[in-house]
Design a protein around this ligand. Sequence first.
Ligand code: NAP
Length: 320
Amino acid sequence: MTAAYDIVQVASLGQVFDDRLAAHYRVLQTWHSPQGMMAYPEALQGVRVAVTSVRYGFTRAMFDALPALKAVCSWGVGHDTLDLQAAAQRHVEVSTTPDVLDDCVADLAWALLLSAARRTAVGDRYVKAGQWRELGQFPLATKVSGKRLGVLGLGRIGEAIARRASGFEMEVRYHNRTPRAQAPYGYEASLVDLAVWADFLVVACVGGPSTRHLVNASVIRALGPQGILVNIARGSVVDQAALIAALREGELGGAGLDVLEQEPASATEFAALDQVSLMPHVGSATRETRAAMADLVWDNVVAFMQSGRLLTPVMREQTP
Ligand code: NAP
């Protein structure tokens, strides 16, 4: 039987991308259905390429429902929601959208660091609520320039964060599982030692089970009452209960978080914590970067349809 569709698109990547894909290929769009692609078992039989997003993910059950699948093109850079083990077992290639979002995620890490240290979000509320006039002088904050920056996960985004530190005349050290040969920064083999050394610790490593609660109570305590923790990676990397307890007890100075353990979150437990700046997981969310990410998904799809090769496959060594 001839395949009715070449591509299944399980998540919308914006009207421009969705229309462009549908205009060039036989695309089954499934995000309108409450059961997603599982609502169309017959139509999936000949599908060779799946398009998804890191937020929507791609599960083993989805791989199993697509017997002819050869490639998954995902929008976003994390692959904690993509079942790479199932992909490897099925010899299905998976691409993400690396590099094009590094600058924006790094910019947001610095925005959160500056906001937590200099209390810009609190100051904004202070002025708008008329407290400047009522209460006068705003409380003193924490100096940023010249301090020590620790980076957990000196990958593409971690490196972009570290590069920006030179403008703040900061020394940078990092912790990965393995030191980077060409990195111009000091390596700390122990995350606790990095936290003891650093004034600010920015989390930029991968998410998923291998890094769950890597930033635990010991790391948070090592960062200390003047220290600031920034997380732009995944909420799962930080033990959020330990973080909140440390902030309440004054064992940690502050935090800037783009990601939380439960998303989307009402995050009421942070409401009374003025020393924390929060953002709703928007590291890459600028018009320019989101367009570049959609373009890279498109380029991967076209490359695969023409040559059977993806442009930005997930690295083999990251595949379990
Ligand atoms: P990457 O280039 O693959 O870098 C990941 C880094 O994590 C590597 O340096 C790796 O070094 C380190 N790492 C992995 N496992 C580790 C462990 N157990 N302990 C210590 N370090 C570990 O990835 P990237 O492109 O920079 O992206 C990093 C993460 O940022 C993504 O996985 C994603 O979760 C997150 N992200 C968030 C947003 C947002 O909107 N907030 C946007 C994009 C990405 P070793 O392999 O040597 O350990």
